[in-house]
Write a protein that binds this ligand. Structure first.
Ligand code: SF4
Ligand code: SF4
Length: 473
């Protein structure tokens, strides 16, 4: 039996009652504390964000009131559980404008699973009969009718593949490896889908695009429409059930299928396939010296920075941390394991960026806030659909951080972050090029294959999974 939001909230009760309302989750330091700050920097919205300990929660920065910061939401969850507060439209309007970026859980020394709590709170709110906001109702209707929140026709889901000469991969019956494209890369940021599929083709991967793929359900898990999300989950589990490995180019889809599906599946169920992001494969091949990159005159000297998507960064990092905590017999000793695992995880895209610096001649400059302390792009948690102005203002704050380190190119590895950063870059005149890392590799023809990868290279477990195995030894 699948779980309800209220049941998940009850499961998280211990976490909720651990919140001492210290409000440390409001702030973040730089991800590299010994790194020099960049001083005061007033960005396009004249917000000074870059001096020492800075406000970290986009919802709190936007709305200012206590209830909108994470500590307020933890108190709301507690009051709902204790019966001191009932769900209402007012409660919904406080718990919804939150990007579920996880900055708060990264800052909390009590290791409270704040994103899980906020998402369960939203699910319980809808279950109680409080209606969704209109904009969320619209995407919910579209996904129920069309299996994607953009309203695109099912027949057009892989149009990008047909147009790019990649049709042979659609329902490729021989393959046991799939590329799960996701709705944003299929219907909007097709650059990301084309770049990823072309990269797989160049590497010699025999993969399939599964024609019955539907939305992963991410926006619906985030906004509390758990029934819709679980319906989509069931369709994908059926469509991909014969696959051994599923690759992703979208941080949100990767997080949802890897972390959320098992949480919302029945206790005796398991994901029928392994998962990994395409950049884990590229990083492994770089480390094994099977690939390198070609020099490029156009890119030489360009300052490139990297935005960590919350879904691949913090959400996986916090999940690894929770996994180690759950198995730990000596948390003091294991806190080193947690630190090491998180550091290694955040290195994955940076291996590629440093190799691009070495081989291609780009200059890789990190932003002030990176890794666990990275500022969100503003797109997630149903915020881009429900609260577009807040969403784009947050993306613009992130673009300010990229401007502050002189970036010509702002890269990321998620089509949803790509879209929001791109739109804010245009709207607020940040003057950069926004691009995916894998997109840069394929569009500039940078891939240099030194040793053709074999099938076992593509079926090797993800870097994430290899790291999760380590603490058991
Ligand atoms: S969630 Fe953690 S950091 Fe935030 S107020 Fe509660 S205990 Fe403090
Ligand atoms: S998830 Fe992000 S936006 Fe939501 S309360 Fe936490 S820090 Fe704020």
């Amino acid at each position: 039996m699948a779980k309800t939001g209220m049941e998940r909230l009850e499961e998280l009760k211990k976490d909720i009652y651990k919140c001492i309302h210290c409000k440390a989750c409001r702030f973040a330091y730089s991800g590299e504390p010994d790194r020099e700050g960049i001083g005061e920097y007033a960005g396009k919205q004249s917000t000074v964000l870059y001096e020492g300990m800075v406000d970290a929660c986009p919802a709190g920065i936007e709305y200012g009131w206590e209830a909108f910061w994470n500590a307020g939401k933890m108190w709301i969850a507690r009051s709902i559980l204790s019966g001191d507060l009932e769900f209402s439209d007012e409660v919904r309007d406080v718990i919804l404008p939150c990007i579920t970026c996880g900055q708060c859980s990264a800052q909390c020394d009590n290791k409270i699973r704040t994103v899980d709590i906020i998402e369960s709170l939203r699910a319980a709110c809808i279950e109680s009969g409080v209606p969704m906001i209109e904009k969320h109702e619209l995407v919910d209707k579209l996904v129920k009718e069309r299996n994607n929140p953009y309203g695109g026709a099912a027949a057009d889901r892989f149009k990008w593949a047909k147009d790019a000469g990649l049709e042979k991969f659609i329902n490729n019956k021989d393959a046991k490896i799939a590329y799960y494209v996701g709705c944003t890369a299929s219907y909007r940021q097709i650059e990301v889908a084309v770049a990823t599929a072309k990269l797989f083709e160049l590497l010699g991967m025999n993969f399939t695009l599964v024609a019955d793929e539907v939305c992963c359900g991410s926006p619906f898990f985030r906004i509390g429409a758990v029934d819709t999300a679980q319906g989509l989950m069931r369709k994908n589990l059926e469509a991909f059930k014969n696959m051994e490995m599923v690759y992703f180019s979208c941080a949100g889809c990767y997080r949802t299928i890897t972390i959320d599906y098992p949480k919302w599946m029945a206790e005796d169920e398991e994901l029928p396939f392994k998962t990994q992001h395409a950049f884990e494969l590229v990083t492994r091949l770089v480390q094994q010296e099977k690939i390198k990159f070609k020099p490029n005159k156009e890119l030489k000297g360009k300052v490139v920075t990297y935005h960590d998507p919350c879904h691949t960064g913090r959400h996986f990092a916090v999940d690894m941390e929770q996994d180690i905590i759950a198995k730990s017999k000596n948390l003091l000793m294991d806190s080193r394991k947690i630190k090491k695992a998180i550091e290694e995880w955040y290195e994955v895209p940076r291996v590629i960026l440093r190799k691009l610096e070495e081989d291609v001649g780009i200059k890789f400059n990190e932003m002030y806030r990176i890794k666990l302390d990275s500022m969100c792009c503003g797109a997630g948690g149903g915020v881009r659909a429900g609260y577009p102005e807040f969403s784009l203002r947050t993306a613009s704050l992130r673009c300010d951080e990229a401007n502050a380190v002189g970036a010509d190119i702002l890269t990321t590895e998620c089509p949803f972050c790509w879209r929001n950063l791109y739109d804010a870059n245009e709207m607020y005149n940040h003057g950069m090029v926004v691009m995916g890392v894998l997109q840069m590799i394929t569009e500039y023809n940078l891939l240099d294959i030194l040793e053709k990868p074999k099938e076992e290279d593509f079926l090797t477990p993800s870097i994430r999974e290899a790291m999760e195995e380590e603490p058991k030894k």
